[in-house]
Design a binder for this molecule. Structure first.
Ligand SMILES: NC(=O)c1ccc[n+]([C@@H]2O[C@H](COP(=O)([O-])OP(=O)(O)OC[C@H]3O[C@@H](n4cnc5c(N)ncnc54)[C@H](OP(=O)(O)O)[C@@H]3O)[C@@H](O)[C@H]2O)c1
Length: 300
């Protein structure tokens, strides 16, 4: 019997890229056949060089060209990982991916969503829940991953300035939950190697609660320099990221999240779970370990 093929949508992104890294050994050992979906043709070479097949998938193309090209790209694929980007088009992109997966005869789809209360009024959290409702009624085997804030956000220029040793933040002194995107990928890799036992399940992912002041204290210890933290208005975040080209519709939702975390009306943002330990059978990455691993960024 041939190894089940796993196609990663979002393979050039943060979580999908980490997932490819974590499945590549299983691919080389013949346990799964890994396929990276690439939207930009120039992104294919990096995977090909590692012995990973690529297939061209632009989920936005469904609007003009229908599902047929995406269904064709999913030929012989048994399992799919779906990460969409920070864009309101995540709704149509995820719908196209789910519908095409069903038409192509995929067995199981793992969706990267977000942790939220079931009756959340945060707009883009609701989008993820609508996607998952569509997935649930698609008939596909499925698992949803529900992370809190990625530790990788701390590496963004709008959050950390290594030159001046300042962490910029938009949530006052509210504590929030953090998770390493590599741990999300590790959970996804475990599920995609053996999806049956995770069918119909949703897993919260958030490892550790910390304030930005707490993060600055860890950085001070690790780097030997005093890290300060500077509180800014959520609107300043929105202006900075949209000026850099981000989708203003999605990012306005993030601005709202910052305001609600700051005013204490989003307690779910501080939730933690033991999912990483339970699913991967190894400890989750702590903030200290993550920051130490990225010490080079913070000492530059
Ligand atoms: N950051 C957080 O704190 C956080 C917390 C909870 C949940 N999340 C969720 O995590 C998800 C983002 O994960 P991430 O950070 O791993 O994403 P990412 O690094 O931004 O990667 C997005 C991926 O989607 C691909 N993509 C974009 N448009 C596409 C299209 N039209 N067709 C096919 N592929 C397309 C991108 O390809 P290109 O390289 O070609 O652009 C890229 O590979 C979002 O759904 C977000 O809501 C994030």
């Amino acid at each position: 019997m041939s190894a089940p093929s796993v196609l990663v949508l979002g393979a050039t992104g943060r979580t999908g890229g980490a997932l490819v890294d974590q499945l590549v050994d299983a691919h080389r050992e013949g346990e799964v056949t890994l396929i990276a979906a690439v939207r930009r043709p120039e992104a294919a070479a990096a995977f090909t060089e590692r012995g990973i097949e690529t297939r061209h998938v632009d989920l936005d193309s469904a609007e003009r060209h229908g599902l047929a090209p995406i269904v064709a790209a999913l030929r012989d694929v048994r399992r799919v990982f779906l990460a969409s980007g920070y864009d309101v088009r995540m709704l149509s992109q995820a719908k196209a991916a789910i519908d095409a997966a069903r038409l192509a005869g995929v067995d199981h789809l793992v969706h990267l969503g977000v942790h939220a209360e079931p009756d959340t009024t945060v707009v883009h959290y609701g989008w993820h829940q609508l996607v998952e409702a569509h997935l649930a009624r698609s008939g596909l085997g499925h698992t949803n991953l529900h992370p809190t804030a990625f530790m990788q956000n701390l590496l963004m220029p709008v959050m950390s300035d290594p030159e001046s040793a300042v962490l910029t933040h938009y949530i006052g002194d509210a504590p929030t939950s953090w998770v390493d995107a590599d741990d999300i990928a590790a959970v996804a890799a475990t599920i995609l190697r053996s999806p049956e036992e995770h069918d119909g399940r949703s897993y919260g992912l958030g490892t550790e609660v910390a304030t930005i002041k707490g993060v600055a204290a860890i950085l001070t210890e690790l780097t030997g320099r005093t890290w300060r933290h500077a509180a800014r208005e959520p609107g300043e975040f929105l202006a900075a990221v949209t000026a850099a080209g981000a989708d203003p519709v999605y990012m306005d939702c993030v601005r709202n999240v910052f305001e609600r975390i700051r005013d204490g009306s989003l307690p779910e943002a501080a939730a933690t779970f033991d999912t990483v330990e339970r699913i991967t059978k190894r400890p989750a990455t702590s903030l200290r370990t993550f920051l130490d691993r990225h010490r080079e960024h913070f000492t530059a």
